[in-house]
Design a protein. Sequence first.
Length: 287
Amino acid sequence: MARLHVSSLFLAAALILSTGCTEDSSSSGSSGESGSLKSDCGTVFGGKLKNPIDKDDAIRGTVTVLGSNLLLFKSSVKSNLVKLQNLGVQSNEAKAKAAVNKLSALAATGQVYYYQASNDCEVEVEQGASGALGQLYSADGKNFSEALIDAGLAQLTTDQCNGSLLSSCYTALREDAAETIASELTSFLWKPVSDSNGKLAIHTGPSGTKVIVSGETGTNQGGGNGFGSLARFSKPGCSYGANIPVQVVNDKTGAAYTFNGSTTITIPNGCNRYCIKEGQLQLCPKT
């Protein structure tokens, strides 16, 4: 079996699992819903690739995100660790945090639809415990795996239990995402009042970026202060109001830099100074 490395949150998950229910191997999905779920690549279930797949084949429950590719699924009939089939563990720290946030947002929509690749398909996790290979859909029908690939946050692999049925489609999705997603943004500073002219200035980590604030494109002044790019704007930060959309893109290719998997950074209050710290947008008062 392939080994999946997980965080210290595994210990908490193990305690939850020790009191969880298990599903009779002869039971089928128990969602009790009509209709189907469709995604770009489909779902491996019962050894076959299905697209669309019946909601009635799913088990409905809740999911807790424990890592970039480790989830704890719980329902009235089943409780187990889940590895998303054909996805690896994200090794890039910034992307791993963004993947956790992306998965958590999907999990927060409500009860999810869980499809295990097959009843006897398991992968080994730390400390000898095991989890299942499978796929999850959010309450509003979004495929967890494909959401990570589309956001440029997934590392691909080919798993057992007919994972090869997904390989070519997942590779194509990743190639499409590479054309539109540059990378995860790890360095960003919103300065509402610049030292030079009293107007908004935005520093970004990568060089050669174009920064757009509420439809206005800043003037790139090159690198400085440890950042790759500096964009200057026509007004002070306060003038842009609240909940301000900011996009950062590669000036040559047009590919977007993402923050927690989103192509938009939302600034809560234009008058304040913000930066990215530990994968989160935080207040950064000038010291």
